[in-house]
Design a protein around this ligand. Structure first.
Ligand code: TA6
Length: 293
């Protein structure tokens, strides 16, 4: 039986250590099946490396760890909205300080639960009572579940995304498929054959994604299955050369080794009455690897 422990029991953990990156407190998981690092700032997963593999997550070499900006790379939690529908872009969860609520561990996996609840600071941006939990399961796969609960008396409308930055060997030898028949790009609706390759900036909201998006990374000789639930879209983003050059927290050529595949609730389309919850998940699984890395 696996027992769920409180954050105050962390010192007794076999697999989790408290660590630091810049100004940011992190939790480092070293488990026989995988290693991972999670920042309390943003409940941001910085790294996930299954045993014997390259990291599945890309992290910018110029990422800012000062706690004043979102971190570029890993899995930012965009919440309670996705994109620029409101200020700040992608919501406030990724720049809020979360806390470790509970954890459990055994030889199969480590399960962390991080929590954010409304405060004076969040109410100045979004005047609602809420509880958000990020469940992070580290095993051969990485499973991330964002549980949003309405703890107030009136309905709330939420969107959001688990904005995963995947680490790929070479973007020009990467395809993303099983994306469905329709996408929005720069506010225009397009038909799709369900697949995308990369030769320029791509920033697309796929509106009818299949439950499992496939990423084929030929340079690292691996396929990654991204399994999503609770979403109504999958966003695919690569900024390409010009936009990368304009971003202070990305090295000029670093777009060549990343692609974002994001489990997304587009358009604040989840309406939660008092005491209702919604769960958005994404799970990353390496399907095959010839270990050409
Ligand atoms: O998910 C894609 C996207 O919304 C892009 O439009 C791009 O701006 C990206 O997210 C990164 O946004 P950020 O606010 O982190 O710079």
């Amino acid at each position: 039986m696996t027992i769920t422990l409180q954050a105050s029991d962390l010192a007794s953990s076999q697999f989790i250590a408290t660590t630091q990156r810049g100004q940011i407190q992190t939790l480092t998981v070293k488990h026989p099946k995988a290693t991972a690092e999670v920042a309390l700032f943003g409940a941001h997963i910085l790294s996930f490396q299954p045993e014997g593999q390259q990291d599945l997550l890309w992290m910018s070499e110029k990422a800012d760890f000062s706690m004043t900006k979102p971190i570029r790379g890993g899995i930012p939690v965009c919440w309670p909205w996705f994109g620029k529908v409101d200020e700040p872009a992608h919501g406030f969860a990724r720049t809020s300080l979360w806390s470790l609520k509970t954890f459990s561990e055994d030889l199969n996996k480590v399960h962390l639960v991080l929590e954010l609840t409304d405060s004076e600071a969040t109410r100045q941006i979004w005047d609602h009572a809420f509880n958000a939990e990020l469940h992070i399961e580290v095993s051969e796969t990485l499973k991330v579940s964002l549980v949003s609960s309405n703890t107030g008396n009136s309905e709330i409308a939420i969107g959001g995304a688990l904005h995963t930055y995947l680490n790929v060997g070479d973007i020009t030898q990467t395809t993303v498929s099983h994306l469905g028949n329709e996408y929005i790009e720069k506010s225009q609706q397009h038909a799709s054959n369900g697949e995308t390759a990369f030769t320029e900036e791509v920033d697309r909201i796929y509106l009818q994604p299949e439950p499992i998006t496939q990423v084929e990374d030929m340079a690292f000789n691996r396929k990654i299955a991204v399994t999503n639930t609770g979403n109504n879209a999958v966003v695919v983003w690569n900024p390409w050369a010009e936009l990368s050059r304009s971003m202070a927290d990305m090295a000029d050529n670093s777009y060549q080794t990343m692609v974002c595949v994001e489990s997304t609730v587009h358009d604040r389309s989840i309406h939660l009455a008092a005491n209702e919850s919604h769960i958005l998940t994404t799970q990353l699984t390496v399907k095959n690897s010839g270990h050409k890395e």
